[in-house]
Design a protein around this ligand. Structure first.
Ligand code: NAI
Ligand code: MG
Length: 356
């Protein structure tokens, strides 16, 4: 049956990189590898300019009716003066909440061809391939009570609360275990169980859930040690699963081990396997409109979409192999350029992936 994809390109380089991802989708469609119908809709600053709302109701409805959403990026200096409720980021947050996307998958992959892009020694990071599974709709970013209150003394008190229910922990752990089953079958659950009771419970729930996955090797690590280990010896990890805040921090750290923001895709999934797929970078207003942005993170986001929401793992693998092949050919956008390689623009890179 034909699957539905909603494309929301957004702002800045969003439309440029999404155009290249569309070429890849269309090529797979043309040769019969996938059967999809593709619609597009407005989001972010572009939606605010056209409709006065960064997440028009039609966009949210269309997203709910689709199997997967492909997002470019939102935001830019033009919309910074707006009130927070009208800012482009609101469009992104509204989609996450509206679709109930509780599982954020952030791979950190360093293609061997780009090992010198990292600030770490090539032998520490070359061939790095880890997946961080971050809980996205709970934890301290959403827990109640929260806020800033003024005490009778006049001093202010700031409060945020770390909250997880057992079912929230169970479902995110199972997402991590399912993913690990298709990879190295190793999961490291990251917590602060020595200090925070909430994450002591997290650890217990993870142990209980893994009983249903006899092949998974589950380990536990305190978050401070996990940060250290990510920088010291990142290749020890296969899949990491953790809370919203710890995952926010660790996934950015892991991404930067690879040194190339233009190369990293991401996925956010809900309980029905519906997902939103996007590069981890933003709208890059500093290079927008010049045709120089790296489209590979968005193209690799399409591969994740095919794997996790559209049940087309073979097509996903073809995209990933094609990306590796264009790197082998020495093609580089400016952000990953190094000596002896051939610098290409956004469209040329997209065309090369299609050809490969
Ligand atoms: P950014 O990720 O847009 O850019 C950071 C740096 O990386 C810039 O120098 C940019 O030119 C470069 N870069 C990013 N993507 C690239 C690509 N594909 N190819 C080559 N170079 C690339 O982050 P920044 O500058 O902090 O934010 C810019 C705007 O994007 C802001 O309005 C911010 O709110 C928004 N943003 C949106 C996100 C999203 O839509 N998911 C995520 C992060 C930021
Ligand atoms: Mg972050």
């Amino acid at each position: 049956m034909s699957k539905k994809i909603l494309v929301v390109a957004g702002d800045g380089i969003g439309p440029e990189i999404v155009a290249e991802a569309m070429k890849v989708l269309q090529a797979l469609q043309a040769d019969g590898s996938i059967d999809v119908s593709i619609e597009d809709a407005l989001i972010g600053g572009a939606a605010y300019d056209a409709a006065g709302d960064p997440l028009p109701a039609e966009t949210l409805e269309a997203a709910k009716a689709s199997d997967a959403v492909l997002l470019g990026a939102v935001g830019g200096p033009k919309w910074e003066p707006l009130h927070i409720s009208k800012r482009p980021e609101k469009g992104l947050l509204g989609l996450r909440a509206g679709l109930g996307l509780f599982a954020n998958l952030r791979p950190a992959i360093l293609y061997p061809q780009l090992a010198d892009a990292s600030t770490l020694k090539p032998e520490v990071v070359a061939g790095l391939d880890i997946m961080i599974v971050r809980e996205l709709t709970g934890g301290i970013y959403f827990g109640q009570p929260r806020g800033i209150e003024t005490l009778p003394s006049g001093e202010r008190k700031g409060v945020n609360t770390l909250v997880y229910t057992e079912s929230e922990v169970d479902r995110i752990c199972r997402v991590a275990f399912d993913i690990a089953m298709k990879r190295g079958k190793k999961v490291c659950s990251v917590d602060k169980a020595n200090v925070l009771e909430c994450t002591e419970m997290w650890r217990e729930v993870a142990v209980k859930a893994v009983a249903d996955y006899p092949e998974i090797e589950l380990s536990h690590m305190y978050v401070d040690n996990a940060a250290m280990q990510l920088v010291r010896a990142p290749k020890q990890f296969d899949v990491m699963v953790t809370t919203n805040m710890f995952g926010d921090i660790l996934s950015d750290c892991a991404a930067m081990l690879t040194g190339s923001i233009g190369m990293l895709p991401s996925a956010s999934l809900n309980a029905d396997g519906q997902g939103m797929y996007e590069p981890i970078h933003g709208s890059a207003p500093d290079i927008a409109g010049r045709g120089v942005a790296n489209p590979l993170a968005t193209i690799l986001s399409v591969a994740m979409m095919l794997r996790y929401s559209l049940d087309a793992p073979a097509a996903a693998e073809r995209i990933e192999k094609a990306v590796s092949q264009v790197l082998d050919q020495g093609l580089r956008t400016a952000d990953i350029m190094s000596e002896g390689m051939r610098q290409v623009g956004t469209a040329e890179m997209g065309d090369a992936v299609v050809a490969a």
